[in-house]
Design a protein around this ligand. Structure first.
Ligand code: FAD
Length: 372
């Protein structure tokens, strides 16, 4: 069989695939990224753009801290802003939960502190007066996910990574130790393979005889029309069910992981009117000034996860020279750094921080029995 041959083929041109490909190529591997849509057209290009340490799980904090430094370096090209963030509690129970969680996150290295209600009212006068407790992190900020395509296309070119867009991989087989990828534009052969196909991982893994317990979520984000300042920092809710930020053009982005409907194979999914309304009511409760804004658009994107909500990042169990990277909660924040770690693993180097071995879900692993 003919076809181009690479040291590494990466399936999926989201933040994970691109970051890993750039690092692996920098380490000397002739690398190609194959993307079924456009680079950054999956979750990486439609997410809410929040870069928050306050909403990260404890174990992921060191990864998020390292990744924040990479975002800062990328700066203007990704619309990075370090504008600080408040997380708010509205009941005594939420306040207790917030105080406990933030203390643990502070211990894990995040510069988070509980703040007085006067400080909140002073710094963010557009917020509701019914706040009971609040935490603050000066490191929190955001980036513009709609710039991901332009940014990573540029970075791939600079690094010398080959890439193909609108070229979905339909089949993967093995021949004489190589992976043979049948894509729309023809066949690609590679010695190593990284599956970084986000919510579509579940469709690709069976091509290699692999099955991991991947579930897909359909997250919703909305944007209002532009207007005068209402909030100046990243605003979150203690329950994690809300994220709010006002962009420099005056539009307000509203997220919080409210669920739409659909499946990755069907396109982008649909907004669910009921969950959207609840999301918007919560936003209005937290920042009453939003009430006068018209909503310009709501959309959904797919995010994958596994039962323990930690990343799948490591060797693909049972398939030599194959790797998988995905299911990273808050993957926009952590992507640039965990992608580099993945690149190191593929290069045969010891990653600076441990990855999250997918073998924990392989049949026979002690974890797999209670994870399914
Ligand atoms: C609506 C929404 C809001 C979010 N908000 C935040 C947030 O505010 N902060 C945060 O940190 N995280 C957020 N996330 C999570 C974050 O966006 C994701 O964790 C991250 O972008 C995942 O990156 P990825 O590269 O794994 O996946 P993706 O970006 O989805 O990339 C996977 C790519 O693989 C391609 N692909 C799939 N199958 C094939 C195939 N057969 N052949 C070729 N290509 C293929 C897809 O087209 C896609 O482009 C949000 C997610 C969503 C959906």
């Amino acid at each position: 069989m003919t076809g181009e041959r690479y040291d590494l083929a990466v399936v999926g041109g989201g933040i994970m695939g691109c970051a890993a490909a750039i690092h692996a190529c920098g380490g000397g591997l002739n690398t190609i990224v194959i993307e079924q849509g456009a680079i950054g057209s999956g979750a990486s290009g439609v997410n809410a753009g929040t870069l928050s340490l306050q909403i990260k799980r404890l174990k992921l904090m060191p990864y998020a801290l390292k990744s924040h430094a990479i975002w800062r370096e990328a700066g203007k090209a990704v619309g990075f802003r370090r504008i600080g963030g408040y997380t708010l509690a509205f009941t005594e129970r939420e306040a207790e939960f917030l105080t406990e969680r933030m203390a643990l996150k502070r211990e894990a290295g995040a510069p988070i502190r509980m703040v007085s209600l006067n400080e909140v009212a002073d710094k963010e006068p557009g917020l509701s007066r019914s706040v009971v407790a609040a935490s603050y992190c000066e490191e929190d900020g955001d980036a513009n996910s709609s710039l991901m395509g332009v940014y990573y296309r540029h970075m791939l070119r600079e690094a010398g990574v080959a890439f193909r867009e609108r070229d979905g991989v339909m089949d993967i087989t093995r021949e004489k130790g190589d992976f043979v990828l049948r894509a729309k534009s023809g066949t690609i052969r590679a010695k190593r393979l990284l599956l970084a196909a986000g919510a579509w991982l579940g469709d690709l893994l069976p091509m290699l005889g692999s099955h991991l317990p991947i579930t897909v979520r359909v997250n919703t984000v909305s944007v209002t029309e532009p207007g005068p300042p209402v909030i100046g920092s990243i605003i979150g809710h203690a329950t994690g069910l809300l994220s709010l930020k006002q962009k420099s053009n005056g539009c307000i982005l509203i997220g919080g992981g409210w669920q739409g409907t659909g499946r990755p194979a069907q396109g982008r999914g649909e907004v669910n009117a009921n969950t959207l309304l609840t999301n918007l009511r919560l936003a209005r409760h937290v920042a009453p000034g939003i009430a006068n804004r018209r909503l310009l658009r709501s959309w959904t994107g797919y995010e994958a996860h596994v039962p323990d909500f930690y990343p799948l990042a490591g060797r693909l169990p049972g398939v030599e020279n194959a790797f998988v990277l995905g299911c990273v909660r808050g993957g926009f924040t952590i992507g640039p750094y965990i992608g580099r770690l993945m690149g190191d693993l593929i290069l045969g180097r010891e990653p600076e921080l441990p990855l999250f071995d997918p073998a924990r879900f392989a049949p026979g692993s002690s974890n797999s029995t209670n994870q399914h």
